[in-house]
Design a protein around this ligand. Structure first.
Ligand code: UGA
Length: 491
């Protein structure tokens, strides 16, 4: 692999000695502005299709779900993502973006096909379910009659691309027309548009010069503004994504492990995290303690990575990821413990206001959402839980019909004996503790996300608790001792 400072020249990695190469041909033409298709229009695919069309490309989005295609084609984004609906309508008006359910149409249209379908956790296993990826590649390959680059963007276990080469070759009418590349995606939900248009870096996993040239043409406007580009072989490109998500998950679990130690010692994990963050080598991002990570990516990606490493005989190398997962899950149970403590040890019949359902703010995604997991554990212990989320109510109602939902924030907290903040939406951060205090029956707050001003809540008469922070505020006083020395003592 060579690290290439964009826009300098690069060397296509010699993967012929390491594994499968799709095509020996490097003689196909490279269109100046390739026509793009995006297969799978979920969070990743819909955003990618809209963003590429906004950069001036002709784009055809494909999904097997007719209802999703109809909604997108009418300018309606089927999930909550700030900025995306406006951009979708803009590019639909330009005529550069269309949607279809037809693989025939996609194969006929595209020079570069981006495969963005999901790789959910398989039922009853930690492995990734690759059915949708395999089917997208082979359905396309079977129909391609002109030079085309198939580019995987989905998060897959390392080695998948090499296996797909065999499947594509077997399905293709003429394998020499097709090349395969991997281009992992690093967008965050809630920031999907900006992450797609201005990514930290692009990674191209390629085996031929033609594939690299096609990808450079497909991402020209992003590369032209100096976005760093890493050219890699296929397995490295696949690994970059799971390695990145594993690192992020590990960082979150690291600070949450420190929170557990803080709880046993009376130390304050918030102060600890801010002191650590001043060290540039550590950095403060993804060092926020609390309820931990959820969503459709981090939890399933670390499990699938550990599973794949075991298959490859290097399970021990990433065995720590099991611990990262366990620390993360313990935070959910510990949040329930804190609510129980504030309810005097018994949750039966206690009215709990659960603020948040989405796995993080600025998203309506509830996949593996810590918030809903905690709300459901509280309900299972007999609490009278009422949930409110600014955006994720429909999804939550669908997947957690056993929970009760409030139509508004105020209705949720009205009469509550304990309030628990589970997703740190700005609306909850901005709430006035005095005004909220008027609505609740008892002023007891568990801040599951370390998102609230503890002093302001305590000043307004609330009992405030957060994971990894002392139950009572510690004041640091300057004390003069008999010898006139100034020393710092914690009381
Ligand atoms: C994550 C990665 O950040 C993206 O780079 C990646 O592209 C994406 O997965 C993916 O694989 O598609 P995302 O799932 O949108 O993005 O969400 P994050 O912003 O990473 O947050 C994940 C979880 O960690 C959330 O539940 C959040 O509340 C939690 N978190 C995050 C913390 O508990 N502490 C932190 O300091 C940061």
């Amino acid at each position: 692999m060579s690290l290439v400072a964009n826009p300098g020249r690069s060397r296509v990695p010699d993967s012929s000695s390491k594994g499968e190469v799709m095509s020996s041909s490097t003689t196909h033409a490279v269109p100046e502005k390739p026509r793009l298709t995006v297969i799978g229009t979920g969070y990743l695919g819909a955003t990618h299709a809209v963003a590429m069309a906004s950069l001036g490309y002709e784009v055809l989005g494909l999904d097997v779900d007719q209802a999703k295609v109809d909604r997108l084609a009418s300018g309606d984004v089927p999930f909550f993502e700030p900025g995306l609906p406006e951009l979708l309508r803009e590019v639909m008006d330009s005529g550069r973006l269309r949607f279809t359910t037809s693989f025939d149409e996609a194969a006929e249209f595209g020079d570069v096909h981006f495969i963005c379908v999901g790789t959910p956790q398989a039922h009853g296993s930690h492995a990734a379910n690759l059915t949708y990826v395999e089917s997208a590649f082979t359905e396309l390959a079977a129909r391609i009659t002109r030079p085309a680059l198939l580019v995987g963007k989905s998060t897959v276990p390392v080695g998948t691309a090499a296996r797909l080469i065999g499947l594509v070759r077997a399905a293709a009418q003429d394998p020499e027309l097709i090349d395969l590349a991997w281009n992992p995606e690093f967008l965050r939900e809630g920031y999907a548009v900006q992450d797609t248009l201005r990514p930290d870096r692009l990674v191209f996993g390629v085996t031929t010069a033609w594939a690299e040239k096609m990808l450079r043409a497909a991402f020209a406007p992003i590369l032209e503004v100096g976005t760093p580009l890493v050219i890699a072989d296929l397995p490295t490109a696949e690994l970059v994504k799971v390695a990145a998500n594993s690192f992020l998950a590990t960082k979150i679990s690291y600070i949450n492990a420190m929170a557990e130690v803080c709880e046993a010692t009376g130390a304050d994990v918030n102060v600890l995290a801010s002191a650590l963050a001043y060290d540039d080598r550590i950095g403060g991002r993804f060092l926020k303690p609390g309820l931990g990570f959820g969503g459709g990516c981090l939890p399933k990606d670390i499990r699938a990575f550990a599973h794949r490493a075991e298959e490859l005989g290097v399970g021990q190398a990433v065995a720590f990821l099991h611990e990262v997962d366990s620390i993360n899950n313990r935070r959910r149970r510990r949040t329930v413990d804190l609510v129980r403590e504030l309810a005097d040890g018994d949750l039966k019949g206690v009215r709990v206001a659960a603020l948040g359902a989405a796995f993080k703010p600025n998203s309506d995604d509830i996949r593996d959402a810590p918030a809903l997991d905690v709300a459901d554990m509280l309900r299972a212990e007999g609490a009278d839980v009422i949930v409110y989320d600014p955006q994720a109510m429909d999804n939550a109602r669908r997947d957690y019909p056993q929970l009760t939902y409030a139509p508004t924030f105020a209705e949720c907290v009205k009469g509550a004996q304990v309030v628990v903040l589970l997703t740190e939406w700005q609306k909850f951060r901005d709430a006035d503790p005095e005004m909220m205090g008027e609505l609740v029956e008892r002023k007891a707050m568990v801040d599951g996300r370390h998102a609230l001003d503890a002093d302001a809540y305590r000043a307004a008469g609330w009992e405030y608790r957060a994971l990894g922070r002392p139950a009572q505020p510690r004041t640091v006083q300057l004390v003069e001792d008999a010898k006139d020395q100034v020393m710092v003592a914690a009381t």
